[in-house]
Design a protein around this ligand. Structure first.
Ligand code: SF4
Length: 541
């Protein structure tokens, strides 16, 4: 047993004997495992309809299968938080499909496209954790959707909820010429052994994993609960460094290196050790402190490593190399060579918004020009694999016909947006359309701007679009316009960079949604005029 924590009393840590639920979420989880809701959805709710759903399932356990009620249309942002859940809830659901490692074969992408068209009014968004999200899902259709997904090896299990969420990975795992290690087998092992296991279906809150050997660090390991990052030890062996305790939202923190070297075959048990620490020692009393980052902040990485080795692994891990410095641009957009001599083609839909028809087109193109394999990225983008060199430009042209750009502007390439008020019950402002309009307008006003620059748009103070680590982070809130009226707008955070700095919130620095484009244009122009050679936006601010 490690030395006592500073706040051991009343934090609800199971390992310290606090097994009685200290809040409603914990009580609901104790009453019934979230995984059990699947049977009720199939046997009861999908047959008897929306009104038959037990409220504890509706607003709790259905998340264990990637289902949230979406926001009832027409409720403005001023009502967010002021109305009870029943009035905000629509009778339709958002459904999240987990795509571990972002890896899709032809039949899988086709299934995703067909489901969007048949059951989701065509909607489909690529999230910044490589998932696909649908909207307008009826409870009656959920069993058929699951059947279709499962027929191609996909599922919504633990896509949301207090569970091990999707394991993100480099979209080019096993493909990139310069990767340190292919993490695909480790991602598969974690998924097969632990996703859907009752051992980890009642965590204090969500648990996000990244596993990658990508030299571009495209899985943004610094902001995951646990991350395995490819490295080579002094003996020339490829394996992983492990980071834990990263997360954004309020109280953003970067993950800390545990200083270890993990061989590939050990990765799943080290992952199991870290998630077990979270399950047993995580703070369950207050939801906003129930992330592993708070435990890491109190313990520090040395103690965390000691508990991992002594209590969970039963052996010591060797020391690993020092972590590398953070990189400024981490995507896989463009045309690049694979290790087998073929090429991959990464392209940018606008802020991750696609639809069933477009996904069908992408599946066609992936089959015509490549092997059918595609990938989603952690930047809301996609990649088509296995294209012969001589076909890459024809594919780029074919994608461009559908507004999918292989050589996008900085703004198209690096702007992200969360779901926002269109569907999200927590949202205060519109995000997706606002961000798409912003990209279009900035492309017209600043056609020659080519520096790396991230613009991330959130509909509320949460962090689904990672505003704290954007060069320009926009946090949706109500603001007062020049007439004194409350309108949609944004608090501005400047100079964030993954792994390096959190954006600075300048007091009083806000814009209305209507004034957003002018504001961003002004800041970007000033940066472009004043920056020294090679100076990043974060350094300039
Ligand atoms: Fe909803 Fe807020 Fe997340 Fe956006 S950041 S999807 S508004 S919870």
């Amino acid at each position: 047993m490690p030395p006592a924590t500073k706040r051991k009393r009343g934090e609800g840590q199971w390992a310290l004997g606090y097994r009685e639920p200290l809040n409603k979420n914990e009580e609901n989880k104790k009453n019934d495992d979230g995984l059990n809701v699947r049977r009720r959805i199939i046997d009861i709710y999908s047959k008897a309809g929306f009104d038959s759903i037990d409220p504890a399932d509706l607003r709790g356990r259905m998340r264990w299968y990637g289902l949230y009620t979406q926001r009832r249309p027409g409720i403005d942002g001023g009502k967010t938080g002021a109305l009870p859940d029943e009035e905000l809830d629509d009778r339709y659901f958002m459904m999240r499909v987990r795509i571990d490692g972002g890896q899709l074969d032809g039949p899988q992408l086709r299934a995703i496209a067909d489901i969007a068209t048949t059951y989701a009014r065509g909607t489909a968004d690529i999230t910044d954790r490589q998932n696909i999200q649908y909207h307008w899902i009826r409870i009656e259709d959920v069993p058929a959707i699951w059947e279709r997904l499962e027929s191609v090896g996909l599922s919504t299990m633990e896509a949301c909820g207090d569970t091990p969420r999707v394991v993100i990975g480099c979209p080019l795992a096993g493909i990139a010429e310069d990767e340190v290690i292919d993490a695909t087998p480790q991602i598969a092992e974690v998924h097969e052994r632990y996703v859907g296991s009752p051992e980890f279906s009642n965590l204090p809150r969500k648990f996000k994993t990244a596993m990658s050997g990508c030299t571009a660090h495209c899985t943004v390991h610094e902001i995951n609960d646990v991350a395995f990052v490819g490295t080579v030890n002094a003996a020339g062996e490829a394996g992983y460094q492990v980071f834990a305790g990263g997360g954004l939202s309020t109280n953003p923190m970067f993950a800390k290196s545990l200083g270890v070297f993990v061989r590939p075959e050990q990765a799943h048990e080290v992952w199991k050790g870290v998630i077990s620490i979270f399950r047993d020692y995580g703070y369950r009393r207050l939801r906003h402190r129930a992330r592993i980052k708070f435990l890491m902040a109190d313990w520090g990485p040395e103690r965390f490593r000691e508990v991992l080795e002594k209590e969970y692994l039963g052996y010591e891990l060797p020391d690993g190399p020092e972590p590398a410095a953070p990189l400024p641009r981490r995507d896989h957009v463009g045309i690049h060579r694979q290790k087998d001599g073929n090429y991959y083609v990464g392209f940018a839909p606008r802020v991750g918004r696609v639809n069933g028809e477009l996904l069908g087109v992408i599946a066609d193109l992936a089959e015509r020009y490549g092997s059918g394999r595609t990938r989603t990225t952690a930047e809301q983008k996609m990649v088509i694999l296995d294209v012969p060199e001589e076909d890459t430009e024809s594919l780029a042209d074919a994608l461009a016909e559908h507004d999918l750009q292989v050589r996008p502007s900085t703004f198209r390439r690096q702007t992200m947006a969360c779901t926002g008020i269109e569907y999200c019950k927590l949202a205060i402002v519109e995000t997706k359309q606002r961000a798409m309009d912003l990209v279009d307008e900035l492309e017209k006003r600043l056609p020659d701007f080519e520096q790396p620059l991230t613009v991330n748009v959130n509909g509320c103070p949460n962090a689904c679009a990672r505003i704290q680590v954007a060069d320009i982070g926009l946090k949706g809130q109500l603001v007062v316009d020049e007439n004194g009226d409350q309108v949609e707008g944004f608090q501005i955070h400047l100079g964030g960079a993954v792994g390096a700095s959190f954006g600075k919130k300048v007091r009083g620095l806000k814009t209305t949604s209507a004034g957003l484009t002018d504001y961003v244009e002004r800041v970007v122009r000033r940066y472009d005029e004043q920056r020294r050679d090679g100076e990043s936006f974060a350094a300039w601010t």
